[in-house]
Ligand binder design. Sequence first.
Ligand code: DAH
Length: 339
Amino acid sequence: MKEKLEQILKLAQKELSEIKTIQDVEQVRIKYLGKKGELTVVLRGMGELSSEERPLIGKMTNDVREAIGAMLENAAQLVKEQEKVTRFSKETIDVTMPGVKFDIGNKHPLTVVLDEVKDIFLGMGFKIAEGPEVDTVYYNFDALNAPKNHPSRDLSDTFYINEDILLRTQTSPVQVRTMQASKPPIKIISPGRCFRYDTPDASHSPMFHQIEGLVVDKGITMADLKGTLDIFAKQLFGFGTKTKFRPHHFPFTEPSAEVDVSCFKCQGAGCQLCKGSGWIEILGAGMVHPHVLKECNIDPEIYSGFAFGMGLDRITILKYGIDDIRLFFENDMRFIKQF
Ligand code: DAH
């Protein structure tokens, strides 16, 4: 048995000197030290030994087990080192090669301006409300006091999904949704996409963006509307900016106005941007029509409100001197990266 153990040790040593991978090391371990391995077989034969021989062989078996264990560990270490060396020799890094450049995105110009507009209104205590882009005729027209024969209802102006459902043509339906879902005081802006049946050209796109505003409370007057929009214009276009309210008509406001700002390029002197007039139209606004308040279960005898709506695309075009609205939606990075 002593010879057998010596032989096992030698054989294990020999096999381990020839191994190449970590799997080979494991094979050797199983072969010699495993449950059915060579050493276990020897241990099983111990019963046949005399009582003098047994402790000697027992100790020797243990020594051999330890020796093989240590050898296995060494071999595993060696193989790992070897594998590392081979891997490193394949993975040479040429530090003189140009690096991989990661493209970091930047904000779309519409997002840049929208963020500015949001900041200004949030600073005045407004909250942000959202509404669906696919809406109903009721929210987009009826509840907003639009007469049944209003031209904007035409198939040639509005994208209809069916008789009752359409792509909203304005963000104004969010006014109705907000008033029906909450009680005054209400103070929101609502930015979002709108759609109209327009042939695309430099100043028209069938998809565009509006920002709606709505304030409803007791005692809200036209003076609040004028003050709010004046502060907004000064913050967005510069503190020298003046605002001008021109009478207009919208079905959902009475009285209604179109609001101009003094041209921020020529400060009112007259230039190409303002077409010589010194003024640039930026939004529509007015006092919420009593019919609209009633439709939303708000008593017009107690509450009043103002509303406004502006085109985000138009404001961005003006601010940056962009000459074609279609550029916003072409996703040409050469354009988008300029902002
Ligand atoms: N919805 C109007 C449009 O698309 C813009 C507008 C005008 C919104 C006056 C308003 C408003 O809330 O009071 O032309």
